[in-house]
Design a protein around this ligand. Structure first.
Ligand code: S3P
Length: 181
């Protein structure tokens, strides 16, 4: 991790369906931090759902809302933030998060992701004729960005509880307060 950083917050990044929101809420509760979700902040600011933004205004405008929310996060303290799956494909967004947060990427294989999201309909980027192929393609394109996180946590073979435990351990280590097993 880059030295000289002040870590007030914890940012969870990674592909759709890797568990950022579920993990983030449990981590926040255990750390006695607040929980925020960039998609929810965008929906509140825009007054419409993510799907409606993609349909009505297009992806570039959605990315602009995302950039504005990333800017707002600089003023957050003691917060666990779950970020939208494409947010860190902007280097500027990732660098901004790193100024105040430890950035942890949750990782999963395309097949695991597909199992987790196949019954959900709220993700416009997965409304494709072959969603698994789309997941494979997007994940391959985004992997170099996800690898720039401070910590990479694989969720494929871990239970939710184990992922939460691991994330908290990494966060405490980064802040210089290791948790005792
Ligand atoms: C997106 C992921 C979604 C949401 C939007 C775009 C992406 O968030 O921000 O649909 O580009 O991967 P989740 O990762 O929370 O599903």
């Amino acid at each position: 991790m880059t030295s000289g950083r002040v870590i007030h917050n914890l940012a969870l990044v990674g592909f759709m369906g890797t568990g950022k929101s579920s993990v983030g809420q449990l981590v926040a509760a255990q750390l006695h931090f607040r929980f925020a979700d960039t998609d929810e902040l965008i929906e509140a600011r825009a007054g419409k759902t993510i799907s409606a933004i993609f349909t009505g205004e297009g992806e570039p405008q959605f990315r602009e809302y995302e950039r504005a929310v990333v800017d707002e996060l600089k003023n957050f303290h003691r917060t666990v933030v779950a970020t939208g799956g494409g947010l860190v494909t902007s280097e500027e967004n990732l660098n901004s998060l790193k100024t105040h947060a430890l950035v942890i990427c949750l990782w999963a294989a395309p097949e695991t992701i597909w199992e987790r999201v196949r019954n959900q309909t709220h993700r416009p980027l997965l409304q494709a004729s072959d969603p698994l192929a789309k997941i494979r393609q997007l994940l391959a394109e985004r992997e170099p960005f996800y690898r720039r996180a401070d910590v990479l946590v694989s969720t494929d073979l871990r239970s939710l509880k184990e992922v939460v435990h691991h994330v908290i351990h990494q966060f405490r280590l980064a802040r210089g307060h290791p948790s005792h097993p």
